[in-house]
Design a protein around this ligand. Structure first.
Ligand code: EPU
Length: 418
């Protein structure tokens, strides 16, 4: 397994392009299962989770071709297996996203239950309850969700919690259902909006995405088409924090700045100067950042997927910062690793309380999940000495060419085979 080696202490300065959003590409690729004609998805990031999704579709007998620009063409006319096996679902929970489309179009789906996760329990009860309310007959047997239905029927769904993939799964199931489905307490994330735009582009009738009430009027079929995925706001936010933590200047281009409002507001509070253009953001940090208090919550509030990166920023910032994680129960694994690098952070229930230190020191550390790994890279960028990060396959799930992009900004980083 590869490792990342980072020599800390370089001030980042430069510009990078932001890739397409992982968390929009995954539901959109699942959504291609609803289309009668071939679908081409563009601006797809080159990531491990995308490869897993391509493999998942391939196992179903779907024809998938990926060109050199990572445009993915999906043709479902050859589909024969309506299932998602454990060996793929256990490596990528988002595989659950095929449940709604398979059931909605073919009336049948066997999808492995995802099981435990490094950041929290992450049950899928809301996905299952919603599908049952639409008429699906669902049993859990031998570790699999086995779902069957005639044509699903529109229903009024009041979700117990705001769930991103839950909203997406139910939206996809409803697109070909009979009649109207209303999803109340829906997730408002830009990735949900992008999925709705994609489905509408193929002929669906989804209204209200981006608000807490989504209304879907079922149609008989979807056509093929071409669609480009939106930019990755979390990747953009991560590189902006890299600029802030190294007291540097980083410009991220091909982004939608509106999607980063909560993150930019916290970076400004930390002392960064932010210059927003139509599709780019430039951050300059003069001097030591100030610690900020952050509380994660569903969009448009501060994203849980940026929590670990701000924990890294606070660890070297001036003063005391309190990070409250309200979305997942166990998303502080990175704190224990940062402590090994000399960070002064105390965990108290769902809060990480830091007193910023002047200097972190390099140590061998281990990545435990995607965003935790990103935060360790950020810590490594400012630690004295050479930080070695192992288990970096987590990073490759969500950050396209991370070492090339950081290198472009001036970081001293390299991937080393173990
Ligand atoms: N929840 C339930 N029951 C359900 C579904 C969710 O109780 O049936 C709870 C979860 O346990 C959690 C909360 O609801 O406490 C929110 O979880 P959500 O379902 O929104 O998370 P998700 O859809 O599984 C997506 C992203 C995550 C991101 C979260 C929150 C994708 C593929 N994944 O996960 O991304 O952290 O939303 O914004 O879109 C990442 O990219 O690193 C990542 C983990």
């Amino acid at each position: 397994m590869d490792k990342l080696h980072i020599e800390g202490g370089t001030r980042l300065d430069g510009e990078i392009r932001i890739s397409g959003a992982k968390n929009a590409t995954l539901p959109i690729l699942a959504g291609t299962l609803l289309a009668n004609g071939p679908v081409t998805v563009g601006n797809v990031p080159h990531l491990h989770d995308i490869t897993t999704t391509v493999e998942l579709l391939g196992r179903m007998g779907v024809s998938v071709t990926v060109d050199e620009k990572m445009r993915i063409e999906v043709d479902t006319s050859t589909i024969k297996n309506l299932y998602a096996p454990y060996e793929l679902v256990k490596t990528m929970r988002a595989s659950i996203l095929v449940l709604g489309p398979l059931l909605g179009r073919f009336g049948e789906a066997d999808v492995s239950l995802p099981g435990g996760c490094a950041i929290g329990l992450r049950p899928v009860n809301i996905h299952v309850d919603g599908l049952r309310a639409m008429g699906a007959d669902i049993v859990v047997e031998n570790g699999y969700i086995k779902a069957r239905c005639e044509r699903l029927k529109g229903a009024s769904l009041d979700l117990d919690a705001v769930t991103v993939t839950g909203t997406e799964n139910l939206m996809m199931a409803a697109v070909l259902a009979e009649g109207e489905t209303i999803i109340n307490n829906a997730a408002c994330e830009p990735e949900v909006v992008d999925l709705a735009a994609f489905l509408n582009h193929l002929g669906a009738d989804v209204q209200g995405a981006g608000t807490a009430r989504i209304v879907i009027n079922g149609v008989d079929s979807l056509t093929g088409g071409e669609y480009d995925v939106l930019p990755d706001r979390i990747e953009a936010g991560t590189y902006l924090v890299a600029g802030a933590i190294t007291r540097g200047r980083v410009r991220v281009k091909d982004v939608n700045p509106e999607h980063l409002t909560a993150v930019l507001s916290k970076l400004t509070e930390a002392g960064a100067q932010i210059d927003v253009q139509d599709d780019s953001i430039e951050l300059t940090m003069h001097g030591r950042p100030r610690a900020v208090d952050v509380s994660t919550a569903p969009y448009p509030m501060f994203p849980t997927d940026m929590q670990a990166q701000f924990t890294a920023l606070n660890s070297v910032a001036k003063g005391r910062g309190v990070i409250s994680e309200t979305v997942f129960e166990n998303r502080f694994m990175h704190v224990l690793e940062m402590q090994r690098m000399g960070a002064n952070i105390t965990l108290d229930g769902h809060q990480a309380i830091s007193e910023g230190v002047e200097q972190l020191t390099a140590a061998p550390v281990m990545a435990t999940d995607l965003r935790a790994s990103a935060s360790l890279v950020l810590a490594g960028l400012v630690a004295k000495g050479r930080t070695e990060i192992s288990r970096i396959y987590h990073i490759d799930r969500g950050y396209e060419c991370i070492e090339e992009k950081l290198h472009q900004l001036g970081a001293v980083i390299k991937r080393v085979p173990d």
